[in-house]
Structure formats: C-alpha cells, structure tokens
Ligand binder design. Structure first.
Ligand code: HAM
Length: 428
C-alpha cells in the first residue's frame, strides 16, 4: 500500500501554499522573457530517443546514464525529455519558425526527467524555465540572454547568484584541444573510472565533468580550453564580456567550466548560488545543433534555469511572498432559499473578479462561519429569511469587526465594492 500513497522517488507535489509561490516566480521569468521578445513554445514531454542522442550527445552523463527511455507499443524508442533545448530546436525546424525572421526567440517552462540519485537540489522530475534564441552568432545576443536571467533573479530578490563564464570554442579550435586532452588523460589512464576510459577516444572533454572524485582531481590539472581558442572564438568571447561589462554585469571567468552537454560551442555560463553551493541554471551557445538535427547551419544559444533550485534559494533567503487571497467574501446562508440567493451572488461576484464562496458542504451557520475564518475571508455576510425580505444584509469586516448594512439586490456588486473599499480605507 505504501507505494501508491507516496510519490515516486525524486518527484515532488506542488500543493496549495507552495504552488502559488511557483506561479509568481514563473510569471517573473515569463514576463522578463516576453519583455525581451521571447514567445512561449510547448513541446511534447517525450521525443524520439534519437533526438537526444544526436542533440545532447551520446557520451554525456545525461544520455549515457540518466534518460527515461522506453519502447512504446509500436516498437519505437522514445525518451522523456531530459532538457528543453533539443525539443525547442526540433520544434523550431519542424514548424518553420525561421520563416518569421531571425532571431527566433522561444521560452519554455517545463518539466524534465533525469534518472539521477535524488538529493538536495537533485530531482528525477525537475522543472526548468528556459529560453532559446536561433539565428544569430553575434556576441550581443549572448549578453542579452545572460542579462535576461540576471534581471529576473534581481526582480525575485535573489541576492547571492553569481555568473561564471567561459568559452569552449568552435569545432576547429576544439580539435587541438581534444588532442591535448587525450594526451594528458592517456598519461593518467590507469586512474580513470570505466566510463571515462570509454570516453577517452570518443569525447575526452566529457571526462572534465565526471562526478567521480578521482577523475575530478585528475581533471583539475588538465589543459584548459581557453589556451586553445582560435582568433575568432577569442574575439567573440571578448566582445561578450564587453557587452556584459557595459551593462554593469559582474562575472568571473572560469576556464574549467565546460558544461555537461555536447551541443555547446563558444560561450558557456552558469549561475551558481553561493549559499546553496550549486548552479541555479546554466546555458550557452550551440552553433552546430540545428545542423546536427538536419536543419541549415543556424547558430543558437540559450539557458535553462532549475526552478526547483530557485525555489530552494528563495526559501533559504527568506524572500517573502504575498499571501494569496483565496476568499475575499464568504456568504453564509441560513436555509435553502438563502443558500440559493448566496449561490447566485457568488456567481456574480466571480464574474466581477471577486474571490467569493458560499457553503458547498451542507454545513450549519456556525460551521459555515468557522470555515470562513479558516479560509481567511476578508468579509462575511449572513443571509437568512429576514435579509431576503429586507433586501439588505450586514457586511462584516473580519479584521476590524466593523459591520455595514448593504443592499443585496440588483445593485449588490456596486454596494459591496463601495463598502469594502471604504472599510479598507478606514482600516489602513
Ligand atoms: P543543465 O545545466 O543540464 O542545462 O540544466 C540546467 C539547470 O537545470 C541546472 O543548472 C539545474 O539548476 C537544473 N537541473 C538540472 N538537473 C537537475 C536535477 N536533477 N534536479 C534539479 N535541478 C536540475 C540544460 O538542461 C540545458 N538545456 C540548458 C540550456 C538551454 N543551454 C542552452 N539552452
């Protein structure tokens, strides 16, 4: 029985009280993206496995160890998306979004699935807010994407987010780098873990983000990509830094930052949370991805932010959220006629945008008032035979206790809005 009453390992429920906070945070990211001209894309939760093998790379941890891959009933191999970039690039191509002119700017707010060992900040169902921009290789675009995330962090009141920056070059300069890495790691071959040994020939850069402590120690002394950048990549990286500096953005350059996905080229970045000790998000350029997926050569870039980790960071910093108003006015009713009247009034209130409730559980008057209290209703009103006859009822301000008789006839909404505003003014 225990199994069906518990959510699967590495997943969480977002229940009322928490989900409202998520919504507010998501709105900040979405509105910041929209300010920058990004529009939402929603892609399927599963894709052909091949998309991630080619897009993310078959020597990455994500593809080698973490994907939820299965055969569907038609015998096709499908995978729950482990990240949002490959699906967004596919959707951009499939829907011809480039016909609207470059750059194509997309954002998403989505769940991703990675079979990882669950721990603080590491889930199997994680949530990402991401943006992807296609069709520009200009360094100004890199700066805009990075600045967008930082503005949203600032609007949320997140204090301790850093920016780490690096360039991992283009395939041309990376050829030399791969050679140097291979030479270095071959000299320490006997100490590498089995996965890294298998990566030595295929993709030595992936050894740099192996989680095994021994491999990490070996990787720390490995040659750095920054020493192998070609002229164009070096100039590109310098201009990204110039634009960021012009915006007043502080950053540190981390020559060891390579990111764990294969599609990256040139600029890569992460947003570490200094207090939590892990990255709240990361991203970079992927100038070869669209071509890899069968499209025309189209540069691109973006980021993915871990919403689960961002919520943790906001909690750790005690960032305050406004209390959600679940019920502004509770209409308690005594008797069937009064309940029907309350029901119709509640419906009218909803159409005017006022969160209002009446009894849905067959409660007596006392229990209704208790429930109104539990809901935190700002106002209550009791309707009974007398009130129906008179066409008026007492509106009670639950905070101050002040009461005011108002019409419950056709002009009820106006009467309520006037009285509640007046009382709010008094109680300030
Ligand atoms: P990523 O670094 O793999 O990049 O993930 C981005 C962020 O998602 C991480 O920094 C972290 O905050 C969060 N995250 C990743 N795995 C987990 C997990 N298991 N549990 C909780 N949070 C997690 C990407 O996914 C790229 N698609 C980002 C990108 C977009 N690059 C270019 N465009």
């Amino acid at each position: 029985m225990e199994l069906i009453t518990r959510a699967p390992k590495g997943t969480v429920d977002l229940v009322p009280g928490v989900s409202e906070k998520w919504k507010l945070v998501e709105e900040v990211f979405e509105s910041e993206a929209e300010l920058n001209g990004f529009a939402e894309v929603r892609t399927p939760v599963f894709e052909h496995t091949e998309l991630f093998l080619r897009g993310v790379g078959d020597t990455t941890d994500v593809v080698e160890k973490q994907m939820y891959t299965f055969e569907d009933k038609g015998g096709r191999s499908v995978t729950l998306r482990p990240e949002g970039t490959a699906g967004a690039a596919r959707a951009m191509l499939e829907n011809g979004l480039y016909n609207g002119g470059y750059p194509v700017k997309l954002y998403y707010n989505t769940s991703c699935y990675r079979y990882e060992k669950p721990q603080a900040g590491r889930l199997r169902e994680l949530h990402q807010f991401g943006v992807e921009m296609f069709g520009t290789a200009e360094p100004i675009a890199d700066a805009q994407v990075i600045a967008l995330a930082l503005s949203a962090f600032k609007r949320l009141g997140l204090q301790d987010v850093g920016l780490q920056l690096n360039s991992i070059g283009c395939p041309a300069c990376r050829k030399e780098y791969h050679k140097a890495l291979k030479e270095y790691f071959t000299s320490r071959k006997d100490e590498l873990c089995d996965t890294c040994l298998s990566r030595l020939d295929r993709n030595p850069m992936r050894i740099l983000d192996c989680k095994s402590p021994v491999c990490q120690e070996i990787a720390a002394a490995a040659p750095k990509i920054t020493d192998y950048l070609c002229e164009d990549c070096r100039a590109h990286f310098e201009r990204v830094q110039e634009y960021l500096t012009a915006l007043g953005v502080e950053f540190t350059i981390d020559p060891a930052l390579v990111r764990g996905l294969d599609y990256y080229t040139r600029t890569v970045f992460e947003f570490p949370s200094k207090s939590l000790g892990f990255a709240l998000g990361g991203g970079g350029r992927y100038d070869g991805l669209v071509e890899e997926l069968g499209g025309k050569p189209t540069p691109g870039l973006g980021f993915g932010l871990g919403l689960d980790r961002i919520m943790m960071a906001l909690d750790a910093q005690n960032v305050e959220f406004p209390q959600p108003v679940r019920c502004e006015l509770y209409l308690a009713a005594l008797g069937a006629e009064a309940l029907k009247k309350a029901f119709l009034m509640v419906d009218e209130l909803h159409r005017c945008g006022v969160p209002a409730e009446c009894d849905l559980c067959g409660r007596g008057l006392k229990a209704q008032m208790k429930y109104a209290d539990k809901l935190g209703a700002g106002y209550t009103m009791v309707l009974g035979d007398n009130e129906l006859q008179e066409g008026k009822a007492e509106l009670k301000n639950m905070k101050t206790g002040e009461k005011r008789k108002i019409s419950i006839g056709e002009d009820f909404i106006d009467a309520y809005l006037t009285a509640s505003t007046a009382q709010d003014d008094l109680s300030v």
